[in-house]
Design a protein around this ligand. Structure first.
Ligand SMILES: Cc1ncc(COP(=O)(O)O)c(C=O)c1O
Length: 471
């Protein structure tokens, strides 16, 4: 069966995506000369697009000679359309974050780290935006300094100390376009023009991994268990430039790093002279116990702390921040300036007022309740429809991991689940060293209503039972 993902979040049209995916497969001989293609109707239903999209893609491939139509028989891959590669195949190609597949119109996507955008505080935001626009001095509408507005950095420093135990002066904060840019700039900062060596948790978020590999860094995978990274596995003899960790809610496995391991990490960093980069992207949403304070608070001189408003408020804001030891601040500001001069001043001013006036804390409290309910809906549905499932990492954040000891989430199984109109994510996809997480999937619930969650689990269970029957 022919199957490939399409991504509705990309600016590229679905027709062009289908055309490109097929063209590449023909050129690489994954679709062989003389091979009969599925009908447009079949392919459309397999990949979750309308038939017209496939028809248009087929027409273009026909016009360019990749395909031929045999009357009364079907559409075939034309002869002579395979191009031998002039370079050896790369097997370690970084995973593009844009590759995440999307299910069709009525599909249910358990995408991790997607916040409940239906609860964005639109009315308050709009009111503050209006106020900022009308009463902000004219100079705010010109170019600003790279590190961000003093208003936002000031309120952020106070918030971080109180909520996350982050110890810093506002001057140590640089506002960035999300954690994505923050991590890209950190890689530049710490690699100092040479190839960076980065120790990363394995498995690790593919987006962050891609940022590092695109910057040319080499990665040292460090295994993770249900509590997070295992610091004793760090290499004593080949220290990295930095260790990238998500200690408050590891992605994807969801562990919260115990204090003993946090101390071990810091001791390692001190011994070997490397930095720790702490990504604290969703720790505000802790449902059991109180949120554990940051690693940064334990050693502000060794740790670069990265945060974002993408999960608490919305990824559309594109506002994140980096808290740096003083020695790095000037260079980091320069790197930020070269990247995009500065993040939108107006958005920063709105956000600063939103925080200053108490709406931020209120929003977090409200969202915590909503995510807790969504989490309960998912856990309850899993217990009912997949009672054999073990659930990991559900104490915080907006995703959890489901482990089914008798089920391997192979590409075939994932396709079957996708065909059932539900999208879940194999932990194996996030692993650098393959073969250790084949029984686990990630399910994000932040962006789904309780009804959608229930329906999604029903579809998942049905797809898995179907797969078991087929062997
Ligand atoms: C681990 C992790 N950190 C941070 C982010 C947030 O990135 P950004 O702030 O650029 O939206 C993500 C996005 O999904 C993530 O998975």
């Amino acid at each position: 069966m022919l199957w490939f993902p399409v991504d509705r979040t990309l600016p590229t049209s679905l027709t062009v995506q289908v055309y490109e995916q097929m063209r590449i497969r023909i050129l690489r001989k994954e679709l062989h000369e003389g091979e009969r293609l599925p009908s447009s109707r079949e392919l459309a239903s397999q990949i979750g697009v309308s038939r017209n999209v496939v028809l248009e893609a087929y027409e273009r491939l026909l016009a360019e000679g990749y395909l031929e139509v045999r009357p009364q028989s079907g559409t075939y891959v034309a002869a002579g359309s395979f191009l031998r590669s002039s370079e050896p195949e790369r097997t370690d190609a970084p995973v593009s974050p844009a590759r995440s597949p999307v299910v069709g119109e009525d599909g249910i996507d358990f995408r991790a780290a997607h916040p409940a955008t239906d609860y964005f505080p639109r009315a308050v935001w709009a009111r503050i935006a209006r106020e900022v626009c009308l009463d902000t001095p004219e100079r705010a509408f010109g170019y600003a300094s790279a590190e961000g507005t003093p208003e936002l950095r000031g309120v952020l420093a106070r918030y971080l100390l109180q909520a996350r135990g982050v110890r810093c002066h506002p001057e140590q904060i640089v506002v960035t376009s999300g954690a994505t840019q923050a991590l890209h700039l950190i890689t530049e900062l710490l690699s100092e023009g040479k190839q960076a060596r980065i120790a990363v948790e394995d498995p690790v978020t593919d987006e962050m991994r891609t940022i590092f590999t695109y910057a040319g860094a080499s990665l040292q995978p460090i295994p993770v268990d249900d509590k997070g990274i295992l610091p004793e596995k760090l290499d004593e003899f080949a220290a990295p430039d930095f260790i990238f960790v998500i200690p408050s809610h590891q992605f994807p496995l969801g562990g919260t790093l115990p204090i003993q391991r946090r101390i071990q990490l810091i001791e390692y960093a001190r011994r070997t002279g490397c930095c720790i980069v702490e990504d604290d992207y969703d720790s505000e949403f802790t449902y059991e116990g109180v949120p554990v304070h940051s690693v940064q608070g334990l050693d502000p001189e060794r740790v670069i702390y990265v945060g974002t408003f993408s999960k608490i408020l919305s990824p559309a804001l594109r506002i994140g921040y980096t808290v740096l030891p003083a020695r790095y601040v000037e260079t980091y500001r320069r790197l930020k300036w070269f990247a995009d001069r500065h993040t939108s001043t107006l958005e920063q001013l709105i956000l600063a007022r939103f925080m200053e006036q108490g709406y931020f804390d209120r929003h977090i409290r409200r969202m915590r309740k909503i995510y807790r309910k969504r989490r309960e809906a998912l856990v309850t549905s899993l217990r009912r429809h997949l009672p054999e499932a073990q659930i990991l990492g559900e104490s915080a954040g907006m995703h959890l991991v489901v482990e089914l000891p008798d089920q391997r989430f192979t590409e075939r199984t994932m396709r079957r689940i996708h065909e059932a109109g539900v999208q879940v994510y194999a932990v194996e996809h996030y692993a650098l060293l393959k073969g250790k997480h084949e029984h686990q999937i990630v399910m994000g619930y932040g962006g789904l209503t309780a009804d959608a969650i229930q329906e999604g689990v029903v579809r998942l269970a049905k797809a898995l039972r179907g797969a078991a029957h087929q062997g």
